[in-house]
Design a binder for this molecule. Structure first.
Ligand code: UT7
Length: 323
């Protein structure tokens, strides 16, 4: 028994924030952002929009593609670090709004690697027979937590959600392998101190509410960890680099993606990149990219898809899927 992706969906805010818009609010240039990150624009939620406003339509679109009603869903995982509230889980809200009455639902916090972690959990539950159908959402509202005076972080992030529906199959396809890792000693590289029990959110929280990041150090570790964990899943499955039909990496920085693609010797034109339109949407970036590729009809049955991500924690992981 394997878990197969039978539906994909995504939803992003309507508002587009371009590099030219950022030039007006912080000391930066379109040229710097584009050459250092590959980002041209990103989506930004309005003040009255929250994660579930995008996570729910993303899940509904994935279910519609799968032709599965919400009532048949056993599990809803929402991978996020920017849910609607600290509790209850945003996944509980998604469960209610998609009509998944019988489902267990919970949020999973592994930052930008969250989607891969959630895929691994849902895959295990389907494989061990405890559930039949899962909805896995990766979604983030990071623009709500950036310091708009910190040019090194505020230009990077965007908002959105992507989702997949997983169902068991006896065929030789579906999720072949998921590997995840973490290293808490590197937690100081990317973090948001406020809002938890260490620094509860209050009107005076100010700076503690913002994402802090040591970008340059993160960059170097990201390239190595993404390449290593991708190699692990390929080796586990006895696949050569050349057998990867689509490499769908976390969209953190175009230069990171290019460096990893080079190390993995991914054939020309086989890496999917959409960072220029969305920026870094954290846990949402892989399911958004997957949905775009899928709806464009670019993925053929039998093709091998390699996902890999890294993020705060530090966390990193990879997944290999036969479509
Ligand atoms: O999803 C996981 C989350 N995190 C990441 O993926 C982040 C990974 N890291 C990165 O993507 C890159 O490190 C950044 C894009 C964040 C920064 O690029 P960099 O090439 O590592 O730049 P840097 O931090 O070494 O800064 C180089 C210069 C500095 O100026 P000086 O000190 O050389 O004069 C910065 O102050 O670029 C300056 N700088 C900017 N200049 C214009 C930093 N941000 C900006 C900006 N516009 N937005």
């Amino acid at each position: 028994m394997r878990a197969q992706i039978v539906g994909t969906g995504m939803a992003v805010p309507e508002k587009v924030l371009t590099n030219a818009d950022l030039e007006k609010i912080v000391d930066t240039t379109d040229e710097w952002i584009l050459t250092r990150t590959g980002i041209k624009e990103r989506r930004m939620a309005s003040e009255d929009e929250a994660l579930s406003d995008f996570a729910v339509p993303a899940a509904e679109r994935a279910l519609e593609m799968a032709g599965i009603p919400g009532t048949e869903v056993d599990l809803v995982i929402c991978a996020t670090v920017t849910g609607d509230m600290t509790f209850p889980a945003t996944a509980n809200e998604i469960q209610e709004r998609i009509g998944a009455k019988r489902a267990t639902s919970f949020d999973l916090g592994a930052a930008c690697t969250g989607f891969i972690y959630a895929l691994g959990v849902a895959n295990s539950m389907i494989k061990n027979g405890s559930i039949e159908t899962a909805v896995v959402v990766g979604g983030e509202m990071l623009t709500k937590f950036v310091d708009w005076t910190d040019r090194a972080t505020c230009v990077l992030f965007g908002d959105g959600a992507g989702a997949v529906v997983l169902r068991g199959t006896e065929e030789d396809r579906g999720i072949l392998r998921v590997r995840t890792h973490s290293d808490g000693s590197l937690g100081g590289l990317i973090y948001r101190p406020g809002g938890g029990s260490r620094h509860p959110a209050t009107n005076g929280s100010g700076d503690l509410n913002f994402i802090k990041m040591r970008g340059n150090e993160t960059f170097k570790i990201a390239v190595k960890s993404l390449a290593d964990v991708s190699d692990e899943v390929l080796t586990d499955c006895g696949l050569a680099h050349a057998e990867v039909d689509w490499f769908i990496p976390h969209q953190a920085n175009r230069r990171i993606i290019d460096a990893v693609g080079k190390r993995l010797e991914v054939p020309e034109g086989r890496t999917y990149v959409n960072i220029e339109r969305y920026g870094n949407t954290s846990a949402a970036s892989i399911p958004i990219a997957l949905d775009e590729l899928n709806r464009d009809g670019k993925i053929r049955p039998g093709q091998n898809l390699l996902f890999s991500a890294f993020g705060a924690g530090l966390t990193w992981g990879a997944g290999l899927v036969r479509w």
